[in-house]
Write a protein that binds this ligand. Structure first.
Ligand code: 1GP
Length: 270
């Protein structure tokens, strides 16, 4: 059976309009209601994807409840905007994509899943075993798979520890290029360079530049990005998507979050 390229994959891989921002929601850190509120603020500000996942504390229940709450909130606004010609329906059609810690933290209600190989993990668990464990559920649920190479860069944080990653250190540009070439040769569509959630330093822009030059995959960068200037540096080095998790979670007030992210996205693309 040939793998059809679905709408979520097309949305994520369409890089024609410049770099985009995605909000990462960790279900272990917030209620489904708060997650939905933050997503609405982010999408109003111009975020174009919602990732749901986290390295620890996620399970089928909290991931699914979070995905459902976000979906209901987005669908309500999409419907309202379809009834009102002043509102842009298209800007609300943002995919909800699983970014899972493993096979035990999935939801059938998501639009897609970053079906990832943690390429620099030293354990078969994150190279292939979790994927094999989760594949039947994903196939049955009909969740669209987005094949992705995931490379954890220094400092790596919790995901580096849990994933037992042999971190890609700052300055290892040839190694970054080799991972990018490998990801492309495997047929992955996406390559995610991750510094770890809450990282004190983001991914070295030279690593991004090197990976960018070595492949034509959609390049995602995240970890420790808290302001538009840092995001712009990553974009100038070649990132197609910038992910923020902690930044978003530091705001409970939707209006304030919308204001902060609007500024972030405009600076990122300036
Ligand atoms: C982590 O790259 C993401 O997987 C986001 O990191 O929480 O530091 O924004 P932050």
């Amino acid at each position: 059976m040939a793998r059809a390229v679905g709408p979520t994959s097309q949305h994520v891989s369409n890089t024609s309009g410049g770099a985009r921002h995605a909000i990462l929601i960790d279900p272990a850190d917030q209620t489904p209601e708060m997650a939905a509120k933050r997503c609405m603020a982010a999408v109003s500000a111009g975020s174009r994807m919602v990732l749901v996942g986290g390295s620890t504390g996620t399970d089928m229940a909290n991931v699914h409840q979070t995905v459902v709450a976000i979906r209901e909130a987005l669908e309500l606004v999409t419907w309202a905007s379809s009834q009102d010609s002043d509102l842009d329906e298209e800007s609300w059609s943002v995919p909800i994509v699983l970014f899972p810690a493993g096979a035990a933290a999935l939801s059938p209600a998501a639009d897609g899943i970053t079906f990832m190989m943690l390429m620099n993990s030293t354990t078969p668990r994150f190279l292939i075993e979790e994927q094999v464990a989760g594949a039947p559920f994903i196939r049955k649920a009909g969740v669209e798979t987005l094949p992705m190479g995931y490379v954890v860069c220094a400092p790596g944080g919790r995901v580096g520890e849990v994933g037992e990653a042999d971190l890609l250190e700052s300055g290892q540009t040839d190694r970054a290029a080799a991972y990018a070439m490998t990801a492309q040769s495997y047929g992955f569509e996406l390559l995610y360079l991750e510094a770890g959630s809450g990282a004190h330093t983001p991914v070295d822009p030279d690593l991004i530049r090197s990976a960018r030059a070595a492949c034509d995959l959609t390049l995602i960068v995240g970890g420790g990005i808290r302001d538009g200037t840092t995001a712009r540096r990553a974009v100038q080095a070649g990132a197609d998507w910038i992910i923020t998790g902690n930044l978003t979670e530091s705001y409970d007030d939707a209006d304030e979050l919308q204001r902060v992210l609007t500024e972030f996205i405009s600076e990122m693309n300036s």
